[in-house]
Design a protein around this ligand. Structure first.
Ligand code: MG
Length: 332
């Protein structure tokens, strides 16, 4: 481990995982934590429990703001365990001088997003710190959800599964980057920031055989697939040409030398579904506007256990590694 904390250690990728395992897992070690799921499954498998802090800059961006993000982020992690979000806490750290109007806007966004999820805030905390001690506002939310479908786990993916994504990739990362760098967009690129509870509920109601779900936030789809390959001891073979990326996001990636699979999303999830239910799952997802381009991107094999392979349309193969380095700090 390095002597000091670096920005890369918050990237949702390799350095971040090293920080978590060498410092936090080492100290807090327990069976629930070590499952490394999107949310902890507690209380005899009946409840999902998760927490997340939000530091995004800028606070307001096309497609959302820090308030919407703070509710979506935690509710989506609960939804990824097959849970219906119920109770949230909301904790804010505000910089002295922050405009009250902006705070009202942010809290209003939270209110709207809570309604979409059918969840309520039941506890909270506010701290105000002197000017310069925090950048504008940081928010933490913690949530509890009732598990509607037990047994969803990123540790159980097998050769019987196929891997789907719910929509085109990289919108949140590309939007934040463009907003921060003042890149003038001639397109209407927006963050994908959205609650996923409704889609997950629909998949459960249709009785789709779900093995695992994960929202592709920091580290993007690359991080999710690499985590899954390791946790389930499988090889994931991704068909490069099947990865959905919009023209706008592709343009920004070209400009910056990023890959869309590494960019953060805030309303996009990866699904491991039993093979026979692939079409059923896609049919359910296609009914929703923000998953109308859901598609299968990968198969599971035993070729290189613990690894993700990218198959190009020319027939070449390369490993898709866990993202590393300073990606985009303060993306969420
Ligand atoms: Mg997550």
């Amino acid at each position: 481990m390095k002597k000091q904390i670096t920005l890369a250690m918050g990237n949702g990728g390799e350095e971040n995982n090293e920080l978590i395992s060498k410092i936090f897992y080492k100290a807090f070690k327990n069976e629930i934590l070590q499952k490394s799921e999107d949310a902890a499954v507690i209380h005899n498998g009946e409840l999902a429990f998760s927490t997340d802090s939000f530091t995004v800059s800028p606070l307001f961006f096309p497609g959302g703001d820090i308030g919407k993000l703070a509710v979506c982020g935690t509710c989506n992690d609960l939804a990824m365990m097959g849970a219906a979000p119920k109770y949230l806490t909301c904790s804010v750290i505000i910089e002295e001088g922050f405009p009250t109007r902006d705070l009202e806007k942010i809290v209003h966004s939270m209110e709207q997003e809570l309604a979409i999820n059918g969840a309520i805030v039941v506890s909270g905390d506010t701290k105000v710190v002197p000017r310069g001690n925090v950048d504008k506002i940081f928010i933490n939310t913690t949530g509890i959800g009732e598990i509607q479908k037990k047994g969803i786990s990123s540790n159980n993916i097998s050769l019987d599964d196929v891997i789907l994504v719910s929509r085109d990739l990289g919108r949140h990362g590309a939007t934040i980057f463009a907003a921060r760098e003042g890149i003038e967009l001639t397109t209407d690129l927006q963050s994908d920031c959205a609650s996923l509870t409704v889609q997950v509920q629909a998949l459960i109601e249709a009785d789709v055989k779900i093995t695992a779900l994960r929202d592709a936030t920091r580290g993007g789809v690359s991080a999710v697939l690499n985590e899954w390959a390791k946790q389930s001891n499988i090889c994931i073979e991704v068909k490069e040409e099947s990865i959905p990326v919009s023209q706008e996001v592709y343009g920004i990636c070209e400009m910056l030398g990023f890959e869309a699979v590494n960019l953060a999303n805030e309303g996009t999830f990866v699904l491991a579904i039993k093979k026979e239910d692939e079409l059923k799952a896609l049919e359910v997802l296609h009914k929703f506007e923000n998953s109308s381009n859901a598609v299968k991107i990968a198969e599971v094999s035993e070729q290189y256990v613990g690894k993700v392979i990218l198959l190009s349309s020319y027939g070449t193969k390369r490993f898709l590694d866990m993202p590393s380095g300073e990606l985009l700090p303060r993306i969420c």
